[in-house]
Design a protein around this ligand. Structure first.
Ligand code: FES
Length: 105
């Protein structure tokens, strides 16, 4: 594993979230009650940008068809149904180093 700088801590305000590009991957970072979480930022179904979705605490809802993921684990917590399955995403450890968020890739 290697820590890669993503952005400044203040780039993601309290209870905000955004997508950053790291090693050609979209990574969604959320600041939930002052703690940072990260997972893949693209839905596994039809590749919607999850930063445009709704967040309910740790659950991120895809803005396109409504699949839901837990950002702590990347796991699907609500799928679409038998004909349109979504797959788990990868979650990443976030570390703060010198005022910057780093993602453990
Ligand atoms: S693109 Fe995310 S659920 Fe379809």
């Amino acid at each position: 594993m290697v820590l890669i700088r993503a952005c400044l801590v203040e780039d993601i305000p309290l209870n905000g979230m955004r997508t950053v590009s790291i090693l050609d991957r979209a990574i969604l970072i959320a600041n939930i009650e002052g703690k940072f979480y990260a997972m893949d930022g693209t839905c596994s179904h039809q590749f919607a940008n999850l930063s445009f979705g709704q967040r309910d605490k740790y659950i991120i809802e895809c803005p396109r068809h409504g699949a839901r993921y837990d950002i702590r684990t990347g796991k699907v917590v609500q799928n679409l149904g038998p004909e349109h399955r979504v797959n788990d995403l990868r979650a990443y450890r976030v570390e703060i180093v010198d005022g910057c968020l780093h993602i453990d890739m």
